[in-house]
Ligand binder design. Sequence first.
Ligand SMILES: *Cc1c(COP(=O)(O)O)cnc(C)c1O
Length: 361
Amino acid sequence: MTQINVQPGIMEIALYQGGQSALAGVTEVVKLSSNENPYGPSEATKAAFAQSGLALHRYPGTDHAGLRAAIAEVHGLDAERIVCGVGSDEVLQFVAQSFAGPGDEIIYTEHGFSMYPILAHACGATPVKVAEKERVVDVDAILAACNAKTRIVFIANPGNPTATMLAADEVARLADGLPASALLVLDGAYAEFVEGYDGGAALVEARSNVIMTRTFSKIYGLGGLRIGWGYAPKEVIDVLNRVRQPFNLSDVQLQTAEAAVRDQEFMRWCRSENTRLGAWLSEALRAAGVEVDESFTNFILARFASPEEADSCDEALKAEGILVRKVGGYGLPNCLRITIGDERACRRVAHTVKQFKRVEA
Ligand SMILES: *Cc1c(COP(=O)(O)O)cnc(C)c1O
């Protein structure tokens, strides 16, 4: 009989739970469970997508030069230090696979993105969860958890599902305090939602131990197409490119993403709508008696008095065809994560939560 051995860590993986997208019996669902752009990609991006599918018999390029050049130009970065992946999740996977293995530790935080422990287990490393302080990453707690086995520290800034942000000087202090064996990964999936924030790019350029990841899935409205990128010191990029499959991205992905990043006017419009509606919805929820931290992202973390109240509000929203995200798995059982949708969606959420709190009172 064959003896099949699974590699260390893999059976520890708890499968990632995506946001719910359908409700039985409801045809017009308002999906606010996956932090997607409610407007979809820009017109220029859709046109590039339509145009890009005309040579499906050809293999794509392997060096992603066009997309890297576009990203570098738009963000003022060095194209040689950019790597592109199937979503930023794949870039995070390259990092874990390249720099950690059995016996090593990967640090993530209490309410950190659930992909981090999955990636740690997948490469056989040990995920180490560190407490946050009032839903904000705690630099001292991370530094205290570091030791000679620490290889990677994953933090999302701004954070998901907390929507909070760590100040630039705190992030620099974290990078400076890490052991020489460890890399700091700054997951910038929501960086574009903060005007004037570079996602940590300057820190990458000033240090040898910092990696930034970015995505086309959120503000650019391309979650369905799977494109992300990373920015890191050249020596790190050289390592990541060895584990990256040569044809990881199709021409459809590459050309569509290039058009997306070049359409900064659309990006800015999405950001300003998100800021305007996020502020409005946060106020509306607070007025209804729900606690909300300031959001630096395209979602709001609504805090209820108890897990039961959060569950009942989730049911009330579902009854109106509105899908949000339960975040008990992130150590936040009394919270709901609500993506900031378009104006109509925000009004529907505010109305439903207000009604819910009124009936409950
Ligand atoms: C959405 C998200 C990502 C992006 O994932 P993609 O693979 O690029 O779609 C990464 N990190 C965090 C924290 C996210 O919320």
